[in-house]
Design a protein around this ligand. Structure first.
Ligand code: KDG
Ligand code: MG
Length: 403
């Protein structure tokens, strides 16, 4: 089953996506997601200029060997651009293999370990009352798990809250960077009040999560985790930047609130210390940004004896192709925590035709052969790439800080 063609398609149906199409002898086509929010064209070039020429003529069935060629066979390893490019190839090859065998991908990973994949989505608002209303509406639609984010009194604009009405979407089109403000003091005073208010209204049952988005110091994060303990969070995510791995040992000394990390990680080396020291509870790595399903399955196996659970990142900048890849992975592995599913813009869903289905707070990837997602190239052509950037954050005195 030789690879006879591969193409990178960059489109912007609601937001930018980089999609890889691999074609084999016999006509089977596989799809991969190479989207890297705000740096899309660098991955497109990596694939077009350096990877695709190596793929043509290779046996599409040799997934492990192709992964090793693109990772180990390149002296300059790792990093988000490289690993997003390798991830797209790997996902597309798994799609091809499962289609060739006529089975949904999860069957090649040992079959389903559960009936469906528990998913969480985002509730955001400017106030406690507002976020409670959004969460109630979601729960009425079947959601069992909701991430809670609001504005912070005293700060102009904050991560996770829309400046305009509608779903939160961090990237903005054009070249003028959106600036958010940050100060840990008002946030640390606000977050416990937020969760006190939300639990008082929603009661003990809903699964609640919160994302700190890398902004606290370890001791601040320890204080926050401790203050949130009475409100039974499923997790506190990205309390401290993931680069400071020993910082999580400090956080752990101060709180029993479960900790999640890893959406910006690319390889097993990014999580090795955190997992072996058991200083996190959930690992947020996702197939597209982590070099694909081949390494992510190994990472899940590495986490299993340490009781660290996988909880793949699933924002709107992960395309439906990578979301479907994550769902097949989630359904099959033993140590699944939860899957994020932020949802996609209506225009995105006109380009990516999906089969995954939602019921009772869970997603199922579908029983269609392969990933179960097709990409409509004619529709994609209607949405050309538009330059877009993620926001930046500054402290109240103007110092640039982590977004
Ligand atoms: O591109 C950046 C987003 O993927 C990120 O801000 C979303 O933190 C995020 C999350 O948990 O979904
Ligand atoms: Mg996050």
């Amino acid at each position: 089953m030789k690879i006879i063609g591969a193409e990178v398609i960059v489109c912007s149906p609601g937001r930018n996506f980089v999609t890889l199409k691999i074609e084999c002898e016999g006509g089977i086509v596989g799809w991969g997601d190479a989207t890297l929010n705000g740096r899309e064209l660098s991955v497109a070039s990596y694939l077009r200029d350096h990877v695709i020429p190596l793929l043509i003529g290779r046996d599409a069935r040799k997934i492990e060997d192709t992964w090793q060629l693109l990772y180990r066979g390149v002296y300059w390893r790792r990093g988000p651009v490289t690993m997003a490019a390798i991830g797209a190839v790997d996902i597309a090859l798994w799609d091809i293999k499962a289609k060739a065998l006529g089975v949904p991908l999860y069957q090649l990973f040992g079959g389903a370990s559960r009936d469906g994949v528990l998913v969480y989505t985002h509730a955001t608002s400017t106030s406690v009352e507002g976020v409670v209303k959004v969460a109630r509406d979601l729960m009425a639609k079947g959601w069992k798990a909701v991430r809670i984010q609001t504005s912070v009194p005293g700060l102009n604009n904050t991560y996770g809250v829309s400046a305009s009405k509608g779903a939160y979407e961090p990237a903005s089109r054009g070249t003028s960077l959106v600036e958010e403000t940050w100060d840990s003091r008002p946030y640390l005073n606000w977050a416990p009040k937020l969760f006190e208010g939300v639990r008082a209204e929603l009661g003990p049952d809903p699964i609640l999560l919160h994302d700190g988005h890398h902004r606290l110091t370890p001791i601040e994060a320890g204080r926050l985790g401790k203050a949130l303990e009475p409100y039974d969070l499923f997790w506190l995510e990205d309390a401290v930047t993931g680069e400071l791995q020993s910082g999580f040992d400090v956080v752990r000394q101060h709180t029993t609130t479960p900790l999640a990390l890893g959406e910006v990680f690319n390889t097993i080396w990014d999580c090795q210390h955190l997992v072996t020291r058991q200083s996190i509870d959930y690992l947020r790595m996702t197939p597209s940004h982590s070099g694909g399903l081949t390494p992510l399955r190994k990472i899940a196996a590495f986490c299993e004896p340490y009781q660290v659970k996988m909880a793949p990142h699933g924002p709107s900048d992960i395309s439906p192709v990578a979301l479907a890849a994550a769902l097949h992975f989630d359904l099959a592995i033993h140590n699944l925590g939860i899957q994020e599913w932020m949802g996609h813009h209506d225009d995105t869903m006109k380009v990516f035709r999906t089969n995954y289905r939602f019921a009772d707070g869970m997603l199922h990837p579908s029983d269609a052969p392969g990933l179960g997602v097709t990409f409509d190239e004619a529709e994609a052509a209607k949405y050309p790439y538009q330059q877009a950037y993620l926001p930046i954050a500054r402290k109240l005195d103007g110092t640039l800080t982590d977004w």
